[in-house]
Design a protein around this ligand. Structure first.
Ligand code: ASP
Length: 353
C-alpha cells in the first residue's frame, strides 16, 4: 500500500516538473523601437548614445520581467512602452513633439494577437501614458479608436493618470518646433538638420513601439507617438491606426511601425506585413522589406519590428538608423541604433531581476 502511495507521489512530482520545464522552454520575446530617421553618427554624442541605450535597456528589462513571470504579451508591451513614454528622449508621452500651435497631441494604439481586439487614442493632450489609454479603449469600451477631448475624458473616467498639458513641455522639443517653423516644414524626430530640404524627407521621428510573445504563445503589439513636429489641423499619422502603425495576429505576426505616417497609412504597412506572412508564408524580414520598398516607392521611409508566435523576428528599416532592441528567454538585452547588428548590453542595475 505504502509503495503504491510513493509511486503516485513521484508520478505527480514528475508531471509537475515536466510542465514547469515546458513553460520555461516556451519561447518569450520582446522587441522595441524608439523611432527611425536620419540619425547622424557624428552628431550623436557618446553621452546621448548612452542615455538612449539606458532607456532602451530599461524598457526591455521592464517588458522582460512581465514575460519571465508568465505575464501576458499585452502587459509586457505596455510595460516596455511606458518606460519610453516617461523618458524625454523619445517622441511619445513626456518627450512628445509640438504641433504648429505649440500643443502636444499624442497618439497610441495596441492590439492583441489571440483575439485581434484593439484599442487606440488620437490627438490626446492630458494623458500621461497614452498606451494605457489605448488599452483601456480596448478593454473598457466597445470601440477601437477614440480621439481628442472625448478620449481624454474617457481616460480620466477610467482612472488613468491625467496631467496638465505643460507636463509635456521640454525645451529641446520647443526649440525643435521653432526650427521647423522657421524652415516652414513638418519635422519628424531623429532626423538631423543637415537633410536635403524636401518637406517630407527632412523630418525627425522618435515614435516608440513594442511587440511581444508570451509563454502562452500569444502576440501583442503597441505604438505610441507625439506625431510630427509642427503638424497642423488635427493631423493624425499611422501610429493610432490599426493595420497601419500597429497590428497583431497570432496566426502571423505582431508589428509596430515608425516612419512617414502618411505613407504607412497608404500602404497599410503593419497589416500588409502580417498578410504576407499569413497568406504567402513570406519570411518576416522579406515581408517587412517588401512593405518598406512600397513605402519608399511613394516617397516615404521608416522601420518595422516584426515577431511571430514561434519567436522568429525581424527589425528592418530603410533610414540611416532606428533605435531598437530585443530580449528573449536568456534575458540578454541587445540594442542597436545604426545598421550594425544589435549588441548585448548589461541590464540596468535599478531594474535587474
Ligand atoms: N509614424 C509617426 C507619425 O507619422 C512618426 C514617427 O514614426 O516618428 O506620426
Amino acid at each position: 500500500m505504502r509503495i503504491f502511495f510513493y509511486f503516485w507521489i513521484s508520478l505527480l512530482l514528475m508531471t509537475a516538473q515536466t510542465s514547469i520545464a515546458a513553460a520555461d522552454a516556451a519561447p518569450i520575446r520582446l522587441l522595441i523601437h524608439g523611432g527611425a530617421g536620419t540619425i547622424d553618427r557624428n552628431k550623436l554624442t557618446k553621452e546621448l548614445e548612452q542615455a538612449y541605450t539606458q532607456v532602451l535597456a530599461q524598457s526591455l528589462t521592464a517588458g522582460h520581467a512581465v514575460l519571465k513571470a508568465g505575464g501576458s504579451s499585452m502587459d509586457a508591451v505596455i510595460a516596455a512602452i511606458v518606460v519610453m513614454e516617461d523618458s524625454p528622449l523619445f517622441n511619445a508621452g513626456k518627450g512628445a513633439v509640438f504641433t504648429h500651435t505649440g500643443r502636444n497631441e499624442l497618439d497610441a494604439s495596441i492590439m492583441e494577437g489571440s483575439t485581434r481586439m484593439a484599442g487606440a487614442v488620437a490627438a490626446v493632450t492630458t494623458i500621461r501614458n497614452p498606451i494605457r489609454a489605448a488599452h483601456a479603449v480596448m478593454t473598457k469600451s466597445n470601440h477601437v479608436l477614440l480621439m481628442g477631448e472625448g478620449a481624454d475624458t474617457f481616460a480620466a473616467e477610467q482612472g488613468l493618470e491625467i496631467v496638465d498639458p505643460t507636463y509635456f513641455y521640454t525645451q529641446s522639443r520647443w526649440d525643435q518646433l521653432h526650427r521647423a517653423i522657421t524652415k516652414e516644414r513638418v519635422v519628424r524626430d531623429h532626423d538631423d538638420d543637415l537633410n536635403p530640404p524636401q518637406p517630407d524627407k527632412d523630418e525627425k521621428r522618435g515614435t516608440v513601439g513594442a511587440v511581444a510573445l508570451d509563454r502562452h504563445g500569444n502576440l501583442a503589439a503597441g505604438t505610441s507617438t507625439g506625431g510630427l513636429t509642427n503638424k497642423r489641423f488635427g493631423r493624425v499619422g499611422d501610429s493610432p491606426i490599426i493595420g497601419a502603425g500597429t497590428y497583431a495576429d497570432n496566426r502571423s505576426v505582431a508589428v509596430s511601425a515608425t516612419g512617414t505616417g502618411e505613407m504607412f497609412i497608404r500602404t497599410s504597412a503593419a497589416f500588409n506585413t502580417a498578410a504576407q506572412v499569413r497568406l504567402l508564408h513570406t519570411p518576416l524580414a522579406e515581408a517587412a522589406d517588401n512593405v518598406l520598398a512600397e513605402i519608399n516607392a511613394i516617397g516615404g521611409d521608416g522601420g518595422l519590428i516584426v515577431l511571430d508566435a514561434k519567436g522568429h523576428y525581424a527589425m528592418r528599416f530603410n533610414t540611416r538608423g532606428m533605435y531598437r532592441g530585443t530580449i528573449g528567454n536568456n534575458g540578454i538585452a541587445r540594442i542597436g541604433i545604426f545598421s550594425d547588428a544589435e549588441t548585448p548590453v548589461a541590464a540596468p542595475s535599478s531594474l535587474e531581476q
